[in-house]
Design a protein. Structure first.
Length: 69
């Protein structure tokens, strides 16, 4: 249960970083470096979440679900 909550919190952090990049883009009118930095953070956290999902799956803490044959 803790791992699923952590995944949701990281996902919300990704969305917050994306939102801050939008705010910086509008405020700086595309001339500042803050937008690029916020998007770089978002990409790094997204890759980290992807790796975390693989690790949790490998440890058997989460299991995929969906359409069954």
């Amino acid at each position: 249960m803790f791992s699923k909550l952590f995944i949701v919190l990281v996902f919300l952090g990704i969305l917050a970083s994306l939102g801050s990049a939008l705010v910086f883009l509008v405020k700086d009118k595309g001339t500042g470096e803050r937008t690029a930095k916020a998007l770089s953070v978002r990409i790094g956290v997204s890759v980290g979440l992807f790796v975390l999902l693989f690790v949790l799956y490998g440890l058997g803490l989460i299991e995929p679900h969906g359409v069954r044959p």
